[in-house]
Design a protein around this ligand. Structure first.
Ligand SMILES: Cc1cc2nc3c(=O)[nH]c(=O)nc-3n(C[C@H](O)[C@H](O)[C@H](O)COP(=O)(O)O)c2cc1C
Length: 319
């Protein structure tokens, strides 16, 4: 049983990967997408999106971080995949799910779901360029505006030699609307022989159990639920192993928030730290009602200077 931490642009960066894999339960992380257009992406861009390349491509807890590429040109993607591996990436994931209009206009992300043949070409080219032991995976949705071609898409991924496929159980047109269509994970899982990793709306242990029952997929990728419930992967893993698991309380979550702010303060501006903490508190609100009060407190801060940092600390622990 494997649990992957989802790529989430602007949300799950190396700081949050460190915090969440430190809590435990994750086997693999995937970076935010690296945009590939028509040439080799500079080394500094790979290192910005995946600073873990400096430390054997693992988080501080030792969890491997694989690199996600987004683009549409098979040969340029293949060159970049080979380069990412040369830089130390332990795996390459290809993005076929991004719904962004700008990305789709440039023929990248979810728009490729309309052309399973092109997906096949891209994955085959990347597979051929990357040494055999290094996994090449694809992250797909069920289709662009309908599910009619979902199985063709899945077969194209498998036929091109992907090591596994992550299926976000929605079409591009569905956006992020709940509920995810877990039944489709089952249809795809039945049709393929490579591992099918279930993704979409797994926000609790109960969701995991139901998704597994409906789809037959044991392996999962967790996105937003990982941020709003930082110990979700650990809870799911313990439940799967039939072991009891204490859930994290607000004091423990506060420590995580402080720890992230502290880690960021070495390299990142106050404004960015504050924005990230607010973003995280906003997501924690759905699970921890305490987060609302702290969100309001932190919203009043305009900077993250020492004085503000102290105020933030007090807001978290004494508020
Ligand atoms: C803010 C945000 C950014 C995302 N960025 C990426 C990305 O860079 N690459 C990708 O493949 N998917 C991206 N996704 C999609 C997620 O990886 C995931 O497939 C989706 O959120 C569904 O899973 P969930 O219901 O567990 O959140 C993003 C989602 C969100 C909400």
């Amino acid at each position: 049983m494997k649990i992957l931490l989802a790529p989430m642009e602007g949300l799950v960066d190396s700081y949050l990967r460190n915090i969440l894999t430190g809590v435990g339960g994750y086997d693999i992380c995937v970076t935010e997408f690296v945009r590939v257009v028509d040439k080799i992406v500079p080394k500094k861009v790979f290192h910005r999106l995946c600073p873990e390349l400096e430390t054997s491509a693992t988080t501080e807890a030792g969890t491997p971080v694989i690199i996600q590429l987004l683009g549409s040109d098979p040969s340029v993607l293949a060159e970049n995949a080979a380069y990412a591996v040369e830089l130390g990436a332990p795996g390459i994931d290809l993005n076929f799910g991004c719904p962004s209009k700008i990305v789709n206009r440039k023929a990248g992300g979810a728009v490729l779901l309309k052309s399973p043949d092109r997906m096949h070409k891209i994955i085959s080219a990347v597979r051929a360029a990357v040494p055999c032991p290094i996994p090449v995976s694809a992250k797909i949705r069920l289709g662009f505006d309908h599910t009619d071609a979902a199985l063709d898409i899945a077969h194209a991924v498998e036929g091109a030699g992907a090591s596994y496929v992550v299926v976000h159980a929605r079409t591009k047109a569905d956006g992020y609307k709940a509920p995810a269509r877990w039944e489709w994970l089952g249809y795809i899982n039945d049709a393929l022989s490579i591992p099918v990793i279930a993704n979409g709306d797994i926000n609790s242990v109960e969701d995991y159990r139901r998704c597994r029952e409906i789809s037959g997929c044991e392996e999962i990728m967790i996105g937003r639920g990982a941020v709003s419930r930082p110990d979700l992967a650990r809870q799911i893993r313990h439940d799967y192993q039939g072991e009891p698991c204490e859930t994290m309380n607000w004091a423990e979550i506060s420590h995580l928030l402080m720890s992230m702010a502290q880690q960021m303060s070495a390299t990142v501006s106050d404004k960015i730290i504050l924005g990230r903490i607010k973003q995280w508190l906003a997501m924690l609100k759905s699970v921890y009602p305490e987060a609302q009060h702290h969100f309001d407190e932190v919203r009043r801060l305009s900077c993250f200077s020492e004085a503000c940092f102290e105020k933030f600390r007090l807001a978290l622990f004494d508020g």
